[in-house]
Design a protein around this ligand. Structure first.
Ligand code: SF4
Length: 320
């Protein structure tokens, strides 16, 4: 029997989270199967290059070897999340143990061991810097959501859910006269090689998705009392320069942003349903995993990068 969940935003009882993320299932990307959903990653990938969306989510092609930078970011994230969770439970987190567990598989190959040791130590350094310098009391850590995509202008609802995980939620304004205290804020942790552009917190799709979740929850839990129109958002960037630092960025989203989110999601959804997976080459090809596919590399070369089974799927899709 499912038990009621207490909202981290309003303290009220709400329906429990209905489903886990299904990113691990690559075949949930065509829009033709049960469980199809949109997320900030899916929308961002489709709008950047529809072919890359098809390769990632429809055909499930991914490099055999995970990029070291990705591993560093993921392990630093994990340590930070565990640190906040332990602090909330008045416990001391075993960060060294967590770091060792995360990197144990990566240490198996002797030829890359030195590189992985270096990466592991970097991840630990970044996480410690963040934990030392970012002082906040989160209402939620790595909060999952799955919600309808509604047009606040006319009440239309897309036949697909918006799914995501917010890194941190806090309440920066304390009690500001609102009946439920200050408005909750969605925060995203990023590891970046250089400082992020100032405009990013104002325009990023992922922060709009997270603010939309907060707005949706406030509306469904508080009804007419949910009169906060400005939802605060922010980035906490770990800048991986020689002397690492933390860059804090703030912004907010309003109903106008949520109507635009609906329009974007609708366009992406309808294009996927129509099977529109054209190439959109540009500077983003420089950091796209699928550049070797688009460059017409032969099967033997692609098999080294993506594996034999992935090559079978590429061949069946007429991409090699
Ligand atoms: S290399 Fe460029 S064109 Fe090819 S899938 Fe990636 S982003 Fe698209």
């Amino acid at each position: 029997m499912q038990t009621q969940e207490i909202s981290v935003l309003t303290g009220q009882e709400i329906a429990p989270f209905p489903q886990r993320r299904t990113d691990d299932n690559p075949f949930k990307g065509t829009g033709k199967e049960a469980g199809f959903y949109l997320s900030k990653s899916r929308m961002a990938r489709y709008t950047t290059c529809p072919r890359s969306y098809r390769l990632a989510y429809q055909l499930g092609i991914k490099p055999v070897k995970t990029a070291v930078e990705l591993l560093i970011g993921k392990s630093a994230h994990k340590l930070i999340a565990e640190s906040f969770l332990a602090r909330a439970a008045n416990m001391i987190p075993d960060l060294t143990g967590l770091l060792d567990a995360f990197w144990s598989d990566e240490m198996q190959a002797p030829e890359t061991r030195a590189e992985m040791e270096q990466a592991k130590s970097e991840a630990g350094r970044y996480a410690c810097l963040f934990i030392r310098e970012v002082d906040l009391q989160p209402l939620a850590v790595e909060k999952e959501f799955s919600i309808p995509i509604v047009n606040y202008e006319n009440g239309d609802v897309l036949p697909v859910s918006l799914v995501g995980i917010v890194d941190l939620v806090d309440r920066p304004n304390g009690s500001t006269g609102s009946p439920h205290g200050g408005t909750p804020r969605a925060l995203e942790i990023k590891t970046r090689s250089r400082k992020a552009d100032d405009m990013l917190p104002r325009v990023s799709l992922e922060l709009t998705c997270y603010a939309y979740w907060i707005r949706h929850q406030l509306l469904s839990e508080l009804g007419e009392d949910a009169h906060d129109d400005k939802i605060p958002v922010g980035y906490l960037n770990i800048i991986k320069t020689k002397t690492p630092s933390i860059q804090k960025q703030e912004g907010f989203r309003t109903t106008r942003d949520f109507i635009e989110l609906y329009e974007t999601a609708k366009a992406v959804y309808e294009s996927i349903m129509k099977g529109m997976f054209y190439r959109n080459p540009g500077t983003h090809c420089g950091w796209c995993d699928y550049a070797p596919v688009c460059a017409g590399k032969d099967r033997a070369e692609l098999a080294l990068i993506f594996g034999e089974e992935a090559c079978d799927r590429l061949w069946e899709a007429d991409l090699i």
